[in-house]
Design a protein around this ligand. Structure first.
Ligand code: DAT
Ligand code: MG
Length: 151
């Protein structure tokens, strides 16, 4: 098994539309383990660091304004291949190109309000988790359901 941790965040539009529970529930039901959760308004400097790879792009300033415009639900999820599993459940960046059954495909209409962020690699997951959480905020625990989730 390739147990990984990934950084997932319900963006301000998802919070405003009352989708926190729905989104978290999908990950829980899939079998991902919740390792950490935080409800917060992201400071501008933290948002710029989180989205550093997009600095200089035309949408960067709008993205930073949007992601800092209200509270987000930040979380760390763990499981086998958690990074790719979560990205698949999110759908494509443009919700109109996302398959039904994915979070963006089911709930989103435009790229600028695509509801959710998820790390795109194990390396970015490590970087993003360390931006939003202290090591002691990450819980290591066993769930009895794990033995009915993995062979
Ligand atoms: P993803 O969130 O799927 O990893 P990304 O890393 O390419 O996508 O971009 C980060 C976010 O920036 C994305 O979720 C929404 C916004 N964004 C990306 N491309 C955009 C564009 N062409 N116009 C407006 N917003 C964009
Ligand atoms: Mg990305």
């Amino acid at each position: 098994m390739a147990t990984e941790r990934t950084y997932v965040m319900v963006k301000p539009d998802g919070v405003q539309r009352g989708l926190c529970g729905e989104i978290m529930s999908r990950f829980e039901k899939k079998g991902l383990k919740i390792v950490a959760v935080k409800f917060m308004v992201i400071p501008r400097s933290v948002a710029e660091s989180h989205y550093g790879e997009h600095k200089g792009k035309g949408f960067f300033n709008g993205l930073i304004s949007f992601i800092t415009s209200g509270p987000v639900l930040a979380m760390v999820l763990e499981g086998d291949n958690a990074v790719a599993v979560c990205r698949n459940m999110m759908g494509k960046t443009n919700p109109q190109e996302s398959a039904p059954g994915t979070i963006r495909g089911d709930f989103g209409m435009v790229t600028g309000m695509n509801l959710i962020h998820g790390s795109d690699s194990v390396d970015s997951a490590k970087r993003e988790i360390s931006i939003f959480f202290k090591p002691e905020e990450l819980m290591s625990y066993k769930r009895s359901a794990d033995e009915w989730t993995y062979e």
